[in-house]
Design a protein around this ligand. Sequence first.
Ligand code: ADP
Length: 483
Amino acid sequence: MQNLKDPSLFRQQAYIGGEWCDALDGARFAVTNPATGELLGHAPRMGKTETERAVAAANQAFAAWRAQPAKARAAVLRRWYELMLANADDLARIMTLEQGKPLAEARGEVAYAASFIEWFAEEAKRVYGDTIPAPTADKRLLVTKEPIGVTAAITPWNFPAAMITRKAAPALAAGCPMVVKPAEQTPFSALALAVLAERAGLPKGLLSVVTGDAAAIGGVLTASPVVKKLSFTGSTEIGRLLMRQSADTIKKLSLELGGNAPFIVFDDADLDAAVEGVLASKFRNTGQTCVCANRIYVQAGVYERFADKLVGAVSRLTVGNGLDAASTQGPLIDEAALAKVEDHIADAREKGATVLLGGARHALGGTFFAPTVLAGVTQAMKVAREETFGPLAPLFRFDTEEEAIGYANDTEFGLAAYFFSRDIGRVWRVAEALEYGMVGVNTGLISNEMSPFGGVKQSGLGREGSKYGLDEYLEIKYLCMAL
Ligand code: ADP
């Protein structure tokens, strides 16, 4: 991999039980740069046996790690956090090369990813219990919290570092080992994090990164009675599958699945701020985040003015290789992603929408797509039902507040929603009426380590980040003592 300050961060081996290793049969898979198609390297194609080894190593490491005071675990995590910041340029570069996002966004993600490690290292020291007033004079009632045991994570390609640390940091902080299966598109970011965890002094077996056959690895992680908890971020379809596979072992699950975020602009909104909000929420990571605005509802009185302003702002985005400092929009991850954006545009046009900007592949070729704004979009179109996961901003028109809320909630998903209004009464009414786990009010940027990230309805189970994120890796134990 070119131009890393520390080339040893680029590893083409998996990390199991504290050892760097190849697949048992030597199989590998290729990883390419989505901006250029160039080969970046290979990662081991591992399966059942290697995953079983990782789970066994985690199980072995558990007892000593849980026995450490939280302060001691926090010190190791703190070193890992500091190493991430010290190596941020290289981590960002690896990420841009394998994922495509602009370097500035990749740097932002490295800082965001590291922030979870800092946060949970601190939170681990505050895992308090309770005492409960007893019903009789001869009893004393207490509640303690214990690490759940060996845990597993299966993560996606759109945030190759943050989706790992958001899971591994609370697990390790709580006292739990974790086996991570990163996305096949972005294994090198995951392996670089493992290099730094090893350097930070994390004892062997507590963090393994197993690359390869998703179904085989996922099969072991879900079927194993040793693995007590699985945290998954990815598609709703695979989330359902993993939930089914976890039924036999009654595994505790955190699922962060698809979204279909509405973004509502009311007549009384600050339109310039709303345009900024759309840019941040719709076009970040070239539209490839699960909290990206998917449907933009604009009230009739400001529809044309808002559309004009948005087209002006979107036309100033710069599409290009993420390594070029000028680029604000990288390529899409693959051809299938491109085909989905094209399909949503074709479907919308067929049913009467008009293209205000873009609408086609970008002149750069490959998987670059022109940032697109569509007007006249309706609930009958595919884009109203499915997550586009690309740089397409569809503008829907509405008249009343009730109508906007009805449209916004008319989906099986419930991850993030956004709206812009300056009317305090409306702000409360709409915030309470939206059936979503997260609501951005007058902002398109909502994610940080101190707030609970997660969805309702079919967008998932559990919360990550925040003081709530640690509970996902803890069990409650109740002690009832007779005197
Ligand atoms: P996306 O469409 O964003 O790639 P996926 O849900 O397919 O979303 O992928 C998210 C993660 O789930 C990736 O790490 C992928 O390898 C993994 N994955 C895909 N299929 C399976 C499966 N059958 N079992 C376990 N993990 C899977």
